[in-house]
Design a binder for this molecule. Structure first.
Ligand code: ATP
Ligand code: MG
Length: 470
């Protein structure tokens, strides 16, 4: 049967939930994904699983991106080996997670996440709470492998078949498998069709799936922006209606998602899309409300330019510190708040630190911004005050140039001077060569640092964009 026809049959059957095992398989010669496109370490994990008699499938964004001829951020693997069995095969591995138990296989520069096929389940939509769970699990006894709280999954370690695993993934384009055994692509969810049509479609009912895990709404917006895909209509409507459910998500996960947005290479587009859907406003309510005041509206070009700058850095394979990104993104509000505090009589330096704290640690923010990062933003913003007050040549200035965070502070100043002519003179002072015998400051040689390759690399805290904000 031709591919398209098979897909149509599969779609009808899946929609009617008549059968679960409809699946499209593309042979190695029928798709563009070749073994040599997969990172060495991921390939090693896949082949060793295969040699040990287990299924070894590449899954998620790795398959999606390779089929789209993009470079994947990481390579995720799924297998029928249990985490304990994976651990036996790979001495260089560790079992992690509580909600989702999986194995991490460690290599020198990279960790390969290796999960076990998980079972499918159904959780009732919000309005059906109180109705018995339509699941084959008993609900009258505590289950060590699965638990929900108000319909939101809090523990889920029930192993299943590849097909069940595919159906519990978030979007059809993320539900494809590449089978190392024969090089085929296995599609249980019509992901190939949506990849071709450039549509981001939720697997199953969007309302139910977003209710189970509201972070999926943020993922939808980010992945669609990254790939320049359209979000399918029912999912788009669900996001508009359910955006406030994002408050039920873990603040740590949302922070991680926010970092992914800032570094996805389409941060500006992801911001525009999430703003349009009212999602960004739910994650950062105070900042968003401020952005809608006259002062905030005047700052919008700055915010958008900052987001575009992150995309330029990504394109150049530079990895800015999250603190610099947060300083640039929230800078306009921090600066306006500082001015108000100064008008109230506070010293400018103190006012700046207070404003950073107030904006970033705002209780209504749904992301958990780590304290260490808030300190780093304080450094960058505090240095702006100190740089403004110094000639750039004094002994004090030379000490400032040696300070932690100076490089980022200088990048912030360069960016700000592009938005505000008054800062150009300050910048010129700090870009002028140092007229002393003292050794040059560490920020003087701003060489770009290449960003790490794909996959979940161990993060180096020193990777910074050593390039000017241009
Ligand atoms: P990228 O790595 O490029 O950011 P990705 O889709 O690979 O995108 P990961 O976070 O690496 O994202 O997740 C790997 C895969 O795990 C996804 O492709 C998807 O199949 C599944 N997945 C991730 N998060 C969820 C979720 N919240 N609900 C259901 N499935 C998920
Ligand atoms: Mg991935």
């Amino acid at each position: 049967m031709p591919l398209r026809q098979r897909q149509e049959v599969q779609e009808v059957l899946w929609e009617r939930r008549l059968i679960m095992d409809a699946c499209v398989i593309l042979k190695e010669s029928q798709h563009g994904l070749q073994r040599n496109m997969i990172d060495h370490e991921a390939l090693r994990v896949l082949t060793r699983l295969d040699e040990a008699g287990y299924k070894g499938y590449l899954c998620g964004g790795g398959v999606r991106d390779l089929l789209l001829k993009r470079t994947p951020k990481d390579f995720d693997i799924v297998t029928d080996a249990r985490p304990e069995e994976v651990k036996k095969i790979f001495r260089n591995s560790r079992i992690i997670g509580r909600r989702f138990k999986l194995a991490h296989v460690f290599f020198r520069n990279v960790i390969i996440e290796t999960a076990t096929f998980r079972a499918q389940f159904d959780v009732p939509p919000p309005e059906a709470e109180g109705v018995p769970l339509p699941t084959r699990r008993r609900t009258d006894v505590p289950d060590p492998t699965f638990a929900t709280r108000g319909g939101v999954i809090v523990r889920d370690n029930v192993y299943g078949t590849p097909e069940e695993d595919a159906h519990r993934r978030d979007f059809t384009i993320n539900g494809l498998f590449y089978n190392i055994a024969d090089g085929s692509i296995i599609d249980y969810v019509n992901g190939l069709r949506d990849l071709e049509a450039r549509i981001l479609r939720v697997i199953g009912d969007p309302v139910m799936r977003f209710h189970e895990d509201p972070v999926r709404m943020v993922r939808a917006v980010r992945i669609a922006a990254q790939l320049d895909f359209e979000i399918e209509e029912s999912a788009r409507k669900a996001i508009m209606q359910m955006s406030s459910e994002i408050q039920h998500s873990s603040r740590e996960r949302l922070y991680e998602e926010m970092l992914k947005i800032l570094n996805c290479g389409s941060a500006k587009s992801a911001f525009d899309r999430s703003w349009k859907k009212g999602l960004f406003q739910k994650i950062y309510p105070s900042f968003s409300t401020w952005l809608q005041t006259p002062e905030g509206q005047a700052a919008m070009p700055w915010v958008k330019k900052a987001l575009r700058q992150f995309d330029v850095w990504k394109q150049a394979r530079l990895k800015p510190m999250p603190a610099l990104q947060h300083a640039l993104l929230f800078g306009p509000q921090i600066e306006v708040m500082t001015a108000t505090l100064v008008a109230d009589g506070l010293v400018e330096f103190e006012a700046t630190l207070q404003a950073v704290h107030t904006v970033l640690r705002d209780k209504t923010n749904l992301t958990q911004i780590p304290k260490a990062m808030v300190f780093d933003v304080e450094r960058i913003m505090g240095l702006q005050v100190q740089m403004r007050k110094s000639s750039g040549q004094s002994r004090y200035a030379i000490r400032l140039r040696q300070r932690k965070g100076f490089e980022e502070a200088l990048i912030y100043l360069k960016f700000a001077s592009g938005m505000d002519a008054a800062r150009k003179e300050v910048l010129a002072r700090w870009l002028a060569p140092v007229q002393s015998e003292t050794p040059p400051h560490k920020g003087a040689a701003q060489t770009p640092t290449a960003a790490p390759r794909t996959t979940k690399r161990k993060r180096s805290p020193t990777r910074k964009p050593g390039k000017s904000a241009s």
